[in-house]
Design a protein around this ligand. Structure first.
Ligand code: HOZ
Length: 429
């Protein structure tokens, strides 16, 4: 008999800090032991004890067509036979770069890295090299991976663990990161005025998913674009989660606002560890070896990851109807859970766009980090556990978005809404 999740977690804590390789997975925000996963297929996740769950994380975004998507599986097997790594250029890198440039409106040139964290760290470095300025503006509650410059009022696991400002980040680094609340254009104007000619970049998730899902208010992103143009600031959209998820061209295509640089991740590796940053050729040509800004990686453009990512992106390019399908799934699920919440009389607020959504337990609209923190996180923990008991695996923190896939068929959608109804009834009776 194989080990239980509880036994594996106890063992894991002896060898791995906190027993996990990324903090959110530890279930600290929701209580109980994390589930150790054996495998996943389509909309289902199976733990080591053989229990199956309908899951709404999809590896934090990339599994647009559900788990173990066959075309990706085949491409990876084929690539494996040619050797897993060369540390030298391949034809596939050219093909995936071309596809990204064709699909994402703002990208003329793109550099592959190994994670979203690497992508954001590299993007601000090139923005600094290009502008000759040092400071960046980031929005409270946005998360751009664990690079030092971003662990200041950071979202995702940093909020979940109560460490939005991590020890280990030097004062020197922290003072170059200026903060504004998301959706507050006036705050950004004030920062620019107080730091004349010092701001290299404004970086944000155009649609944040790391304080739970939050949507941009009218004219906010357009206002940032205009400020960047007026003050020679590089506008960076972190589309690690929204890229290829909300549209083939990401949030920027969906919302019609074009950044100078974009960071990508997750989905462009089809589930393998990949990130990328790209944008205007004039800025990207500052990157070594053509320009002076250094950035490198032995495993960047890894052939297995490229095979998985190229297959995924090609499938997306060939099936543009996937986004209307995902939008319909997102709406059906949030309509269903919204009706239950309405009937329950509990305070709630739902943010949704396409295949991303968050349910907050607060009556106030959630528009930024402050309002997200107003959600009842203790109740969220109970809700998470109740949903798990009813066979639905959610992100184990209030401060994350959920991600849906086309593998969710009508019977799965019904099951999710039913699990939600039972969970809310049990928690209120
Ligand atoms: N919000 C994170 C993804 N951008 C969660 C993933 C993790 O930290 O493991």
């Amino acid at each position: 008999m194989s080990k239980t999740s509880a036994k594996l977690f106890a063992e894991a804590q002896k060898y791995i800090p906190g027993g996990v390789n990324s903090p959110v997975r530890a279930f600290k925000a929701v209580g109980g032991n994390p589930l150790f996963i054996k495998k996943a297929k389509g909309p289902y996740l199976q733990d080591v004890e053989g229990r199956k769950y309908i899951e709404l994380i999809n590896s934090w975004g990339p599994m647009l067509f559900g788990h173990a998507f066959e075309p990706v599986e085949k491409a990876v097997k084929k690539a494996m036979k040619r050797s897993p790594s060369f540390g030298a250029p391949t034809a596939l890198e050219v093909r995936i770069a071309q596809l990204i440039c064709e699909l994402v409106p703002s990208i003329e040139k793109v550099r592959m890295v190994n994670s979203g964290t690497e992508a954001t760290m590299s993007a601000i470095r090139v923005a600094r090299g290009y502008t000759g300025k040092d400071k960046i503006i980031k929005m409270e509650g946005c998360y751009h991976g664990h690079g030092d410059s971003f662990l200041i009022a950071a979202g995702s696991g940093a909020i979940t663990m109560g460490e939005p400002n991590s020890p280990g980040v030097t004062k020197g680094t922290a003072q170059d990161t200026l903060l504004a609340p998301y959706n507050d254009l006036e705050a950004v104007k004030k920062l620019i005025a107080a730091n004349p000619d010092q701001i290299a970049a404004i970086i944000l998730e155009p649609i944040p998913g790391n304080m739970g899902l939050v949507l941009p208010q009218e004219d906010y992103l357009e206002g940032l674009r205009a400020l960047c143009d007026a003050h020679k600031i590089v506008l960076i959209f972190d589309e690690v989660m929204t890229g290829f998820r909300l549209a083939a061209g990401g949030a920027q295509e969906r919302l019609g606002v074009t950044p100078d640089l974009t960071t990508l991740g997750k989905i462009i590796g089809g589930g393998m560890p990949v990130g990328a940053y790209g944008g205007k050729a004039e800025i990207m040509d500052f990157v070594s070896p053509v320009g002076p800004v250094y950035q490198a990686g032995t495993l960047s453009g890894n052939p297995i990851a490229m095979a998985a990512g190229y297959t995924m992106l090609k499938h997306i390019a060939e099936h543009p109807d996937v986004y209307s399908h995902l939008d319909a799934i997102g709406e059906e699920i949030t309509d269903g859970i919204g009706e239950v919440m309405q009937a329950s009389g509990l305070p709630y607020s739902i943010n949704q766009i396409g295949s991303m959504y968050s349910l907050f337990f607060t009556e106030k609209e959630v528009t930024d980090f402050e309002s997200a923190k107003g959600s009842n996180t203790e109740f969220f923990g109970k809700y998470f556990q109740a949903m798990l008991k009813h066979g639905v695996y959610l992100a184990p923190s209030q401060f994350e978005s959920l991600f849906l896939s086309t593998a969710l068929k009508p019977k799965h959608i019904k099951a999710i809404i039913k699990a939600h109804k039972h969970s809310i009834e049990e928690l209120t009776n």
